[in-house]
Design a binder for this molecule. Structure first.
Ligand code: FUM
Length: 562
């Protein structure tokens, strides 16, 4: 029994736990992987804050304007204002936890360009920003003696009436079942970009467990059709396919060339540093039209930078290409293509309390939807975890002070145990099902979408939903069972992505309908997906200073182009 259960040991979960601890609230952090291995460790390029180190004119309002514009005005203005106004404070919090940043000679934090941003705004630690951020959060959590439980796969949110009162899960190593009782639950379980074949996430993460858990408990999902395809992932060898090639390569001056040697991004206003959806579609288009490379990619070149500079600013990329392809990126080009990277959709919450529709259930980090709108600015993902993790901690602390524990029904626990046990049986192969799902999503609900393809995808996903599959072995250390749990969870977000994509008969941000290639006023809003079906809410009109700022910064940046 603990006041608060935080599910997820990445940036969002840990920042929430630290805030709870500061407010004297007892919590337990549960992770499905080993601590330190959460997806945050894979985040590379940076975390945004308008510090104005190198570009004095930067201001949080300009950061907010860039964010709203990138999201094609589907995000809520107030939410974005909180995110950007509080970004410098988030950086200060991280410094306090001991996070290291790249710094200028005078000690100020260095900032680099990311796509679609007017100024150099991303604070970074080489290209291993997420790893360093996670290290510092874990160190802080350990200093505070925050409790952790690793390798537990949560399969159900236990409710009493309409309130979430506990969790049920299985320890993946020991096979033991666990029932956790709490006054409040915070889901910080990541997104669902791994429902796609090519993804920057590793195979076991971002599989939609959080969205699925919350949905099954009665929470709403929002913006599910809005999936970000990062322009540059590795294309080969097979085991490296999809791995992120950080935007900071382009932020540091990297150029894109097609297979014929043409710098094709020059026809766009911001060239290589345009919005992610624009660059991803441009690359995809080159490849589709037969102007790609041998492995169906394009070239990304940073070799004009000195080797020392590359090793200093992009150490992970340097190692990554050496390790997989024995390529020295200070001399040779990288072969890249779009990869599914981030999901703008997810669990619907009230900002900034992060409370879902289910009483006692909160969510924070990539698991939630609606923060970024139609597309997310690079560098805003780590930021949202830190800013809204703090808010979540505060709101949850308030909640637990006003609400006690509730009893958990034994019947519900026994029913869940029986359900998990029923997954063991004759030999089955969840791997085939996973590949099938990922292929369907990549082919029919990927970068370019149309009605016919989406309908095919929905039919195929519904068929898989009805497929009963079991795995052999017992509960202990059963990788196949863990995989099966993941695969089952993938189906909820898949259905929601496709349903939203069918409804959104326009192209906006990361969602591109070949049969509706323009944005339409009619769809200036958000689709909500719940057990009753899908509904639409109009976006609120922008107000106040932000409008003035948006008008003023309407010029494409050119000063960073060499
Ligand atoms: O390319 C990158 O480094 C990604 C950063 C992000 O998605 O925020």
């Amino acid at each position: 029994m603990v006041d608060v259960l935080v599910v997820g040991s990445g940036a969002a979960g840990l920042r929430t736990a630290i805030e709870l601890h500061s407010l004297g609230i007892d919590c337990l952090v549960i992770g499905k992987c080993k601590m330190g291995n959460a997806h945050t460790s894979q985040a590379t390029g940076g975390i945004n804050a308008a510090l104005g180190t190198l570009d004095r004119k930067d201001h949080w309002l300009i950061h907010a304007a860039d964010t709203l514009k990138e999201g094609q005005f589907l995000a809520d203005q107030k939410t974005i204002e909180i995110l950007c106004r509080e970004a410098p404070r988030a950086i200060r919090d991280l410094e306090e936890y001991g996070m290291r940043f790249h710094r200028e000679k005078d000690g100020r934090i260095t900032q680099r360009f990311f796509g679609a941003q007017l100024y150099r705004r991303a604070c970074f630690f080489g290209d291993e920003t997420g790893k360093e951020l996670l290290r510092s959060l874990i160190a802080e959590a350990k200093k505070r003696d925050i409790k952790f439980h690793d390798n537990v796969y949560i399969t159900k949110i236990l409710k009493k009436g309409k309130r979430a009162v506990g969790l049920f899960g299985i320890d993946l190593r020991t096979g033991k079942f666990h029932t956790f009782k709490a006054k409040a639950i915070v889901l910080a379980m990541g997104g669902f970009s791994r429902v796609y074949r090519r993804s920057s996430s590793r195979l076991f993460e971002n599989t939609g467990d959080g969205a699925s858990l919350a949905f099954n408990a009665g929470a709403e999902l929002i913006d599910m059709e809005l999936v970000q395809f990062h322009p540059t992932g590795m294309v080969w060898p097979r085991d490296a396919e999809g791995i992120l090639v950080t935007e900071s390569v382009r932020g540091e001056g990297g150029k894109l060339y097609n297979g014929k040697g043409r710098r094709f991004m020059l026809k766009y206003p911001r060239a290589e540093l345009g919005p992610r959806d624009e660059v991803a579609r441009a690359i995809y288009d080159e490849i589709r039209r037969g102007r790609g490379t041998k492995h169906k990619g394009v070239w990304l070149d940073i070799s004009h930078r000195p080797k020392k500079y590359i090793i200093n600013r992009l150490p992970k990329m340097f190692k990554q290409f050496k390790q997989y392809l024995n390529i020295d990126i200070s001399k040779q080009r990288m072969e890249v293509a779009p990869t599914s990277h981030y999901t703008m959709g997810g669990v619907r919450v009230n900002f900034p309390s992060m409370q879902t529709k289910v009483k006692g259930l909160f969510a924070v980090g990539e698991i939630i939807g609606g923060t970024h709108g139609g597309n997310r600015l690079g560098g805003n993902s780590l930021l949202e975890c830190i800013v809204f993790g703090r808010h979540a901690g505060q709101a949850v602390a308030k909640f637990v002070k006003q609400n006690g524990f509730e009893n958990i029904s034994d019947d519900k626990v026994e029913a869940e145990k029986a359900k998990i046990k029923s997954l063991l049986g004759k030999k089955g192969n969840p791997e085939i099902m996973r590949e099938e799902i990922q292929e369907i999503m990549w082919k029919y609900a990927g970068i370019l979408r149309n009605k016919k393809g989406l309908e095919t995808a929905l039919r195929k996903i519904n068929k898989l939903k009805n497929k009963s599959i079991t795995v052999s072995g017992d509960m202990k250390n059963n990788e196949q069972l863990a995989l099966l749990l993941n695969v089952k969870n993938m189906l909820v977000p898949c259905e929601a992505i496709i349903t939203g994509a069918l409804k959104r008969q326009e192209s906006r941000g990361a969602h591109y309908r070949v049969d509706f290639p323009k944005a339409s006023q009619r769809y200036q809003g958000n689709f909500i997906f719940d057990k009753k079906g899908i509904s639409f809410i109009k976006a609120k009109r922008l107000r106040g200073k932000i409008l003035k700022v948006l008008r003023e910064i309407d010029d494409p940046i050119t000063h960073h182009l060499e």
